[in-house]
Design a protein around this ligand. Structure first.
Ligand SMILES: Nc1ncnc2c1ncn2[C@@H]1O[C@H](COP(=O)(O)OP(=O)(O)OP(=O)(O)O)[C@@H](O)[C@H]1O
Ligand SMILES: [Mg+2]
Length: 241
């Protein structure tokens, strides 16, 4: 459903992406991992139109979308959250989610018909906070709201950039369960970036590993963690031999 191949992106002299690949099918949870600076966020920014790729192809449902602007890509069915929170602080939780839903209803009424804002709020544990100003909520709750808001656009693909950052163990576990549940319920493909590898292993069917702008491995978790290239990046060169 989503296939990004051969993606290149440089910032001046820094080659942030040089041959990056990412795929995600409907109903699949895919992990995107790699050390700091590997290019994970840049890849998500390129796929979602916040950055233009220098090279490469991004195909969604058979259509090339590389280089389109973020709103058009969102309207085409790819939703995302950011590594840093982006919420409308003055609006209530419900309004934050509804803003996303209303645009979807205008542009993609058939998809929007499957979205129920109240169900989403309940699913993310936000029903009782629906009328609270988003900016007054704890950080973790704002993260939940961001994901609920992204889901209110009825996406075919959801991309989450470090959703577990700043959450405690209990919250992280609940987040994993919620991500799995929305994947199953909606059939969306979900791409999750995170440094919490236990979290990634527990929810992902497939993992893409990046290092220095390149995709160095892809596969099911067990296979990926046996790959010498992955071991070298995560544990050090001695461990790989
Ligand atoms: N706007 C930018 N201008 C210049 N360099 C950038 C920009 N964005 C990213 N980079 C560089 O591109 C490389 C990849 O960064 P990116 O943020 O994609 O990594 P990441 O894998 O998401 O890392 P982290 O795990 O720390 O979030 C890094 O060397 C980073 O410094
Ligand atoms: Mg990042």
């Amino acid at each position: 459903m989503l296939s990004a191949t051969g993606i290149e992106k440089a910032f001046g002299g820094v080659r942030a992406l040089s041959g990056a690949t990412l795929e995600c099918s409907a109903g699949e949870i895919v992990g995107l991992i790699g050390p700091n600076g590997a290019g994970k966020s840049t890849l998500v920014n390129v796929v979602t139109g916040f950055l233009k790729p220098d090279m490469g192809s991004i195909v969604l449902d058979g259509r090339e979308i590389a280089g389109r602007d973020p709103q058009r890509i969102s309207d085409a069915g790819i939703a995302r959250t950011f590594q840093n929170l982006r919420v409308f602080r003055e609006l209530t939780v419900r309004q934050n989610v509804e803003v996303a839903f209303l645009r979807c209803r205008q542009l993609r009424p058939q998809k929007a018909a499957k979205v129920d804002v109240d169900v989403l709020l309940a699913e993310f544990g936000l029903a009782e906070l629906a009328d609270t100003a988003a900016g007054s909520l704890p950080y973790g709750t704002q993260r939940w709201m961001e994901i609920a808001r992204a889901m209110a656009t009825a996406p075919d693909i959801l991309m989450l950039d470090e959703p577990a950052a700043g959450l405690n163990d209990e919250e992280t576990k609940r987040l994993g369960q919620t991500i799995s549940a929305i994947c199953e319920r909606t059939g969306a493909g979900i791409v999750v970036i995170d440094h919490d590898l236990r979290f990634i292993n527990s929810i992902c069917a497939r993992i893409f590993v990046m290092d220095q702008g390149r995709s160095i491995a892809v596969g099911e978790p067990e296979a990926v963690w046996k790959d010498p290239k992955v071991i070298e990046v995560y544990v050090g060169p001695e461990a790989a031999v």
